[in-house]
Design a protein around this ligand. Structure first.
Ligand code: FES
Length: 141
């Protein structure tokens, strides 16, 4: 075997043995990125003082519109729901006096936790995990 043939074979051998390691490393990186995006870290969406003053906080997190209101059963807790009505997709409004989400299109009514309490909506509003830390209102999307 000539020297050049030997070095070519050696190079091919190294490439062949390191390729699976390189592929595994790339897959490992992409998996951890996907897990990071899907893990749903809590995001601060406002202060409890603002929530109390305004009655609700409407915001968008990671492209998801949501509304946060106080939990009437626990004044230290908050509830986060999607404002998209499950009947035909209109945006519900928070009625502070009635403590209900009311859909302006066909009168759908939802409790603060998104449960349907009246009208045509076929299912509850989508909900998100929410919490209060100190004065910060946080939601996981
Ligand atoms: S779209 Fe909300 S009740 Fe019809």
């Amino acid at each position: 075997m000539k020297r050049r043939e030997f070095t070519n074979l050696l190079g091919l051998g190294l490439l062949a043995t390191s390729l699976p390691v390189a592929i595994a490393a790339c897959q490992s990186d992409s998996t951890s990125e996907a897990e990071g995006q899907g893990s749903g870290e809590f995001t601060t969406v406002g202060s409890m003082a603002d929530l109390v003053a305004q009655g609700s906080v409407s915001t968008t997190v990671k492209g998801q519109d949501l509304v946060v209101v106080r939990d009437a059963t626990n004044p230290d807790a908050v509830l986060a729901v999607s404002p998209v009505c499950t009947h035909a997709g209109c945006t519900v409004d928070w009625d502070r006096a009635e403590e209900l989400f009311i859909c302006p299109c066909h009168g759908g009514r939802y409790s603060p936790d998104g449960t349907v309490v009246g009208g045509p909506p076929p299912k509850p509003l989508a909900t998100f995990e929410a919490k209060v830390e100190g004065d910060q209102v946080m939601v996981k999307v």
